[in-house]
Design a protein around this ligand. Structure first.
Ligand code: ZN
Ligand code: ZN
Length: 153
């Protein structure tokens, strides 16, 4: 049993739900895509799911991904190049917290870690109280290859 499926099973049990075959297939698809460094949107997850089991409907995939994001088991981020930002992209929150740079021209995604964010969280809580459940930080710009093309060199 892999990390994401195990975590989701535990979370489901706490809330009185259970791991279904369909949910498991969706989680495994997401984890497999994540292992390839992909940041799939729901359609792309569905493409993989369909190859495993074509009885699973798109709506089930959307619903399951929404639930996973709410439960904090996956990261849902707007990573569309061009800033249209209409469709969310998903990835497992396991193993490490990281953030994204998206090239607005070619759509390339670069992952990076950002330790200062921890300070920002701590500082915020000191000043304003409360608690922070999720942080979203996405940088948009031109990747190095596109920047060179744009500059004409
Ligand atoms: Zn680029
Ligand atoms: Zn990522």
């Amino acid at each position: 049993m892999n990390g994401l499926v195990a975590q989701a099973t535990a979370t489901l049990q706490e809330s009185g739900g259970r791991m279904t075959t369909q949910r498991r297939i969706i989680l495994e698809a997401l984890e497999a895509l994540g292992a390839q460094g992909e940041h799939p949107n729901a359609e792309q997850v569905y493409e993989v799911v369909r190859r495993q089991n074509d009885a699973i409907h798109t709506s089930t995939v959307y619903r399951t991904l929404g639930w996973l994001a709410e439960a904090g088991l996956v990261n849902a981020q707007y990573l569309d190049p061009g800033g249209g930002d209409r469709c969310e992209h998903f990835e497992s929150t396991l193993p490490a917290t990281h953030y994204h740079f998206v090239c607005v021209r070619c759509g390339q995604i670069v992952e990076f870690e950002c330790p200062p964010i921890e300070q920002v969280r701590t500082q915020f809580i000191q000043q304003h109280g409360g608690s922070i459940e999720r942080v979203s930080l996405t940088l948009h710009g031109l990747c190095e290859a596109c920047r060179k093309t744009e500059a004409g060199c």
